[in-house]
Design a protein around this ligand. Structure first.
Ligand code: AMP
Ligand code: MG
Length: 486
């Protein structure tokens, strides 16, 4: 940093590269963010900025608000909106970034490459009837949940900042406008491949697949059929990801194929929420009337989405269609086993198990069935579970579990340690998220949001900053409804 850099708004050590804009031109359209009236930095993730090799102090100045709102474009960025398609609630649609603009890829320390995207930055070629804007509440919600996921150890896009625009957006009511700065390994979606298969020629589909391999799965190049290996690597990462969601009670809420990233990161936090009372049928999203994306359906939906990816990739899997279909089916067959393996190993850890026994699955299932029957809180029950204190509701299960713990060499102290590392004390409780959003959006008071973020930053540790953030709402979120992030 030079001494006058504080005045140079675009110099916060950005290092832009724009490889996505080198793909065939129908994959994106060039667009400039629409300027906003009065940009104000409302939340800033200085730790993330620093880990990306950015100058956090420079970004905290006025210059940060200018760049994060889209009013100033940092040197080297070539803003684009990405084209994609997607199955939304099972129905195919042509989509694209209707209100998100990719500034480009920032190159960080050690060769890392991150997409820097402004969500809510104005209209694009794909906006259809939308205004290209976002309201403050949903952008803060994405900030909170994505950072909570990161702290829980779950792959996710990140949130670098939320800026207010000084403008209002018209929804059911007038709401304060905002832009979220989203950081992602990339924004290549299952829907991007569906778009390529639908809209392009074989060469452009191949270009996208090769690009994805290079960016996320370089090791598959060496495999005899790299496109098959790509498909299988994506399947493996999604199986691991959705298992992690299930283990913490996370419900994505809108698992459309355009909201599933090839990188294996959780992406597009709209009507997502965490389950309180254990019930596989839990749905919070107001638009998910049939429960397609209910908690317990998520593994099956991920598998369905991956089948759409396999379909899009078919012509690359083999030049003979029949052989291509056979390959796709074989590859898709990996998902259920892989999911089960990841989930089972995560559940074993949550119950303090170090080794494996054939009956572990039934031990786990009867624990879950007990929680379902007694309508107990998923997170609190697991955090409180202790071999020394018999579960009042389920003494028989507790005895089985203690006997099982006795058949491994680890001490009960080691068991407790393992359980604490895998059962969070704090998750983003729905009522706490709503309180923080309400204070920030309606009153401009960001203190509750910062307290919530502090509690969520180290979810596996106990500490006074967690006080008041552990408990579910009194009604256990019955009747809680989330809305799409528009
Ligand atoms: P989402 O539900 O956020 O995954 O968005 C689904 C599609 O709708 C994407 O193509 C978005 O870009 C588009 N979209 C959502 N909100 C808006 C908006 N306010 N203006 C334009 N497009 C939007
Ligand atoms: Mg989306």
């Amino acid at each position: 940093m030079t001494s006058n850099s504080k005045l140079d708004f675009s110099n916060a050590d950005w290092r832009f590269d724009n490889t996505y804009a080198r793909l065939p031109s129908h994959f994106y359209s060039q667009v400039q963010p629409t300027k906003v009236r009065a940009p104000a930095l409302l939340v800033f993730n200085s730790a993330l900025a620093e880990s990306m090799g950015l100058d956090a102090r420079c970004l905290e100045s006025e210059g940060g608000a200018a760049i994060f709102s889209g009013n100033a474009i940092p040197a080297g960025a070539e803003p684009i909106a990405q084209a994609y398609a997607g199955h939304q609630f099972g129905h195919f649609n042509m989509l694209g970034d209707g209100r998100a603009i990719l500034l480009g890829e920032h190159l960080g320390p050690g060769g890392a490459r991150w997409d820097v995207q402004l969500k809510g930055a104005g209209r694009t070629a794909y906006s259809r009837r939308g205004d290209g804007r976002a309201a403050l509440g949903p952008m803060l919600r994405e900030y909170i949940i994505s950072e909570a996921m990161q702290a829980l150890g779950i792959p996710t896009t990140r949130s670098l900042a939320v800026v207010g625009t000084g403008e209002t957006v018209h929804r059911e009511e007038e709401l304060p406008g905002a832009v979220l700065v989203r950081i992602a390994a990339s924004h290549i979606r299952v829907g991007t491949f569906e778009y390529a298969a639908m809209n392009g020629d074989l060469d452009s589909l191949r270009a996208l697949a090769e690009y994805t391999i290079q960016r996320h799965y370089p090791a598959v190049v060496a495999s005899p059929n790299p496109f098959r290996a790509l498909l299988e690597a994506v399947i493996e990462r999604q199986a691991s990801l959705v298992a992690k969601w299930m283990l913490v009670g996370f419900i994505h809420g809108v698992m459309n194929t355009d909201n599933m990233a090839l990188s294996g990161e959780s992406i597009d936090y709209g009507p997502c929420a965490f389950m309180d009372v254990y019930d596989p049928a839990t749905v919070f999203s107001s638009i998910d009337r049939n429960g397609r994306y209910a908690y317990g359906n998520q593994p099956g939906i991920a598998h369905w989405n991956l089948a759409r990816l396999a379909e899009a990739l078919l012509p690359l899997l083999d030049s003979d269609e029949k052989t291509g279909i056979e390959i796709a089916e074989e590859s898709l067959g990996i998902f259920p086993k892989s999911f089960q393996r990841h989930w089972l190993s995560g559940m074993r850890a949550k119950l303090g198990l170090f080794n494996e026994e054939a009956d572990d699955l039934s031990l786990i299932e009867s624990f879950l069935a007990g929680m379902h029957r007694h309508r107990t809180d998923y997170t609190q029950t697991l955090r409180a579970l202790n071999p020394a204190q018999t579960l009042p509701a389920d003494p028989a299960w507790h005895a089985d579990w203690k006997a099982r713990l006795g058949r491994q060499v680890q001490t009960l102290e080691e068991v407790g340690e393992r359980m604490r590392r895998h059962n969070p004390a704090v998750i983003p409780r729905n009522h706490k998220v709503e309180d923080a959003l309400e204070s920030a959006s309606s009153e401009g008071d960001f203190a509750p949001l910062h307290c919530l973020l502090a509690a969520l930053a180290s979810p596996y540790e106990d500490g006074s900053e967690k006080d008041g953030f552990r408990e579910p709402s009194a009604d256990g979120s019955t009747g809680y409804r989330t809305f799409c992030g528009t």
